[in-house]
Design a protein around this ligand. Structure first.
Ligand SMILES: [Zn+2]
Ligand SMILES: [Zn+2]
Length: 495
């Protein structure tokens, strides 16, 4: 959850009043110069996905133009309905980006909640929050895949690193972001690399906002496709295996720069034509070096052939997430934008081939710091979403998503127990076991609880592979009527 530095103002009767906080002047200038928003078209409000009873939290408010840029033409107040049935307001003025925060909002009781807001003719509903006093980890939302001008890829659309980090924090209300600029094929050098680390470290501001060191390494056809490299700190220089290497040699070269627990790679749009994201057994670097896969970005979804949001051109594979999981590759799920308009979490005028819903990654950890986000991703303590901050809170046989356990520890049928909430109506919740949907619920509501016991004889359904011997994996897929989806990282049961 987002830390709230302000407690709000105190009224004469001792009750607390929320206070409006705007981005620092320099950040307002960056937003206004690089993405000057036109007339207001949408209102957006974002709240933390996990909150505590009576603990203050911040509500992020933005009034956006048709492209998702913060409007410079808004001269109005946004009225927000607070959890105690009151209202509060934040005012925006013409000439300044219509982005701000209301600090000091509180939920007074446990449960699921959304907030609604209006601004003139515009209205909005927030993402859901789970207000709980239970000792559960926070959910921190991030975009692990943003391109800036340093990528030299669609530079007519891209913006600066300053904009990337400013927009991620103040416009999109993300908890963390990774600028994952291209390095391959001569697109990076020492000076660009130094610029990247200097600016990323400048904007890293735990516990309020985290930047994750990252870059994108492309590999030629048959060598593992496009992979992002994530690191707990910047090494002196990136490594690139574009010409002549593959994803395994890339990880070997990274090992010369960083200890093995301080980096990992994540393949993405594995179904893209010509990229050969099938990751053959010969080049698979193992679950420690490759713990997660980007299942969705603005290119589309790479979950399974025939999914509702495919890439525009897909190759013959087998390279979907389903294909890789069936081979025993132990991959959790992340999602990002792959924005080439430098718009973390979505919006902007992208090149035409990148037109699907933006992806987001929810990381589950105790505190918002660079090491905690990095290690949670590396341990697959994360889930992927597209389009909305869908809340997914639960377990399989008592295990967190991303974990594994052995058949010998099992005494009762595995139970999938998940609490789900979204901004729009949830139309479907699927339980997937070894690539097949084994249970579907159709709640048609903004929140639901799924409790399902898998009573099948599991000895007849396990798969075996050279990477994992006998195994069964489960994950949960959520679909909403807005088109938004979420995918829990799988849980593995092993022989
Ligand atoms: Zn690119
Ligand atoms: Zn990319």
């Amino acid at each position: 959850m987002k830390k709230d530095p302000g407690n709000g103002g105190t009224n004469a009767d001792g009750t607390m009043e929320p206070i409006a906080v705007y981005p620092p002047r320099l950040q307002q200038k960056i937003l206004a110069q690089e993405a000057p928003g036109k007339a207001p078209v949408t209102l957006a409000i974002v709240i933390p996905s996990v909150t505590r009873p009576m603990q203050p939290f911040a509500v992020n408010v933005s009034v956006l133009d048709a492209n998702g840029y913060p409007s410079l033409q808004c001269d109005d107040r946004v009225r927000i309905e607070t959890p105690d049935d009151g209202t509060t307001e934040i005012a925006f003025s013409r000439g300044k980006p219509a982005v701000g925060c209301l600090h000091g909002i509180r939920c007074n009781h446990e449960g699921l909640l959304r907030l609604s807001a209006t601004c003139g003719p515009l209205s909005a509903c927030s993402n859901p929050t789970l207000c709980t006093s239970e000792d559960v980890p926070g959910i921190y939302w991030g975009d692990p895949h943003v391109h800036t001008l340093l990528s030299n890829c669609h530079p007519d659309r891209c913006r600066s690193l300053n904009f990337c980090f400013t927009a991620a924090r103040y416009l999109s209300a993300l908890d963390w972001v990774a600028a994952a600029d291209h390095v391959s094929n001569g697109r990076c050098d020492f000076s660009k690399w130094k610029e990247q680390q200097t600016v990323a470290n400048l904007y890293d501001d735990a516990p309020d906002f985290v930047t994750l060191p990252a870059y994108e390494a492309s590999l030629k056809g048959g060598a593992g496709g496009d992979n992002n490299v994530y690191m707990s700190r910047f090494p002196d220089m990136f490594v690139d295996e574009y010409a002549g290497g593959d994803v395994r040699t890339l990880c070997r070269s990274l090992r010369d720069r960083l200890p093995k627990d301080e980096f990992f790679v994540a393949p993405h749009h594995t179904t893209r034509t010509g990229k050969h994201g099938e990751i053959s057994d010969d080049i698979y670097p193992g679950p420690e070096a490759m713990p997660v896969l980007e299942i969705h970005s603005k290119w589309g979804t790479s979950e399974y052939r025939g999914n509702p949001s495919p890439l525009k051109k897909v190759h013959d594979g087998p390279s979907y997430a389903r294909d890789l999981l069936q081979r025993g590759l132990k991959l959790g799920f992340v999602a990002g934008t792959d924005s080439h308009a430098t718009m973390p979490s979505g919006g902007g005028e992208e090149p035409g081939h990148i037109d699907r819903l933006p992806g987001l990654t929810a990381v589950r950890c105790r505190a918002l710091t660079r090491p905690s986000v990095f290690h949670a991703l590396r341990q697959r303590q994360c889930y992927a979403a597209s389009g909305e901050r869908i809340l997914l809170h639960g377990s399989i046989a008592g295990r967190e998503f991303g974990d594994e356990w052995s058949f010998s520890e099992r005494s009762t049928p595995p139970e999938i127990d998940v609490l789900i909430a979204a901004r729009s109506n949830i139309t479907r919740v699927d339980v997937v076991r070894n690539g097949r949907t084994i249970h579907t619920a159709t709640p048609n509501a903004w929140h639901t609880r799924l409790a399902f016991e898998d009573t099948d004889d599991l000895r007849t359904v396990w798969t075996s592979s050279r990477h994992m011997k006998e195994f069964i994996y489960y994950y949960v897929r959520v679909s909403c009527d807005s088109g938004a989806q979420a995918w829990s990282s799988p849980v593995w049961m092993r022989g």
